[in-house]
Write a protein that binds this ligand. Sequence first.
Ligand SMILES: NC(=O)C1=CN([C@@H]2O[C@H](COP(=O)(O)OP(=O)(O)OC[C@H]3O[C@@H](n4cnc5c(N)ncnc54)[C@H](O)[C@@H]3O)[C@@H](O)[C@H]2O)C=CC1
Ligand SMILES: CC(=O)C(C)=O
Length: 238
Amino acid sequence: MQDITGKYAVITGGTRGIGLATAHALAEEDVNVAIIGRNADTLADAADSLRKHDVQIVALNGDVSRNEDVTRMLNEVKDAFPRIDILINNAGIMKHMPFLESSEDDLSEMMNVNLFGIYNMMHGVLPMMQEQGLGDVINISSMSGLKASSHSALYSATKYAVIGMTEGVMQEMRKHNIRVSYLTPSAVLTDLIGESSLKEESMTHPEDIADIIVSQLKLNPRTFIKTSQMWATNPIHK
Ligand SMILES: NC(=O)C1=CN([C@@H]2O[C@H](COP(=O)(O)OP(=O)(O)OC[C@H]3O[C@@H](n4cnc5c(N)ncnc54)[C@H](O)[C@@H]3O)[C@@H](O)[C@H]2O)C=CC1
Ligand SMILES: CC(=O)C(C)=O
């Protein structure tokens, strides 16, 4: 295992859910963390909650689907951090609806955040990691990126696309000692899925995904887990 103390991480969608839990877990490991969020107030609250850890915390306000925001935010990171070792592309949105009731706007809204957001972030960060000759990028897809279900056709399309893009980028980056991987969680107890038919305690919690991310980052840099699926062990209906 490697020691990740003192590394520098950027987490998109770090203001709540899986992103915020990951920010806390990394800060707990003495990793310096920059979080990205669209809402200035929630971003400030999340950053304040992270300041109990004895590491550098940077709050970046912007929308990952807007390339100009990503360029500005990465310039802010470069002013604060000497390098970026870890990029967690976590920001995502989900809309559920029957396919025939969906619109092109629904599709482009989800594509813009879930796919172009990751594209924009990787375009900005990977050249820095190539120069460093090391780095970790973890993209959050979903079980919906492996198997679509009724009313999730558009969301699934974005998450399948994340996997396709990640697989290709992974192959290009290995020779630079950059580990590019993706996770496919199933239902996680966050605001994104809203009311669930499952008992909360029996579901996967955001902290569980954060634990997996930290474990993967601690692997010796010569090895990585290309992808992993997370399931609740024994999901129980209410
Ligand atoms: N909760 C679940 O059951 C599962 C979630 N996922 C994925 O995990 C990721 C995180 O999801 P949750 O923590 O559940 O969601 P959440 O809704 O609790 O948090 C999403 C975060 O992304 C941020 N965000 C959304 N759009 C953004 C944008 N355009 N620019 C910057 N930040 C933006 C939000 O402000 C928030 O901080 C998403 O990509 C989601 O698709 C995957 C599988 C299961
Ligand atoms: C929300 C999501 O991505 C699920 C349940 O796979």
